[in-house]
Write a protein that binds this ligand. Structure first.
Ligand SMILES: [Cu+2]
Length: 150
């Protein structure tokens, strides 16, 4: 299972050309992608509500919960089409609290906190898929966003 996405990642990265020829390809030119979780009246949201990624590009998902309750980011199908380099959480002064590695599909973020999720998409989605908050009631209240990996 793990070797197939990695093989795809390497293939995709090779296609990006000679500028990416050396070193750790997953760390090259990381694009920051802010994702806000929150609520507004009776509605809950992920902002923005649409994302586009390309295979082989490294991204840092900056997942910030601006709410007073915890929220979750569940990648669902997207989680099967990315390689996670790591997840990092730091304290208010920017000191590292934890770095988590491995296969990760969901992350909960506490009120007022930010988590950084470093990913490299390795497979296209072939169309929009949905990332969600799976805490009971939150999806129904609107916590979803669409994702396309090209
Ligand atoms: Cu939520």
């Amino acid at each position: 299972m793990k070797s197939v996405p990695m093989a795809c990642a390497m293939f995709a990265l090779v296609l990006t050309g000679p500028a990416f020829a050396d070193g750790d390809l997953s760390r090259a030119n990381v694009i920051d992608v802010p994702i806000e979780m929150g609520s507004n009246g009776g509605k809950m949201y992920l902002k923005p509500d649409h994302f586009e990624f390309v295979t082989g590009q490294a991204y840092k998902l900056i997942v910030t919960n601006v709410d007073k309750i915890k929220h979750e980011l569940a990648l669902n199908e997207m989680g099967e089409r990315i390689f996670t380099r790591k997840i990092e959480a730091s304290d208010a002064k920017g000191n590292l609290i934890t770095e988590v590695k491995g296969l990760i599909r969901e992350v909960e973020v506490g009120p007022g906190k930010t988590v950084e999720w470093f990913i490299v998409p390795v497979q296209t989605t072939g169309g929009p898929v949905e990332i969600t908050c799976e805490i009971p009631g939150h999806l129904k209240a609107g916590m979803r966003a669409s994702v396309v990996i090209k």
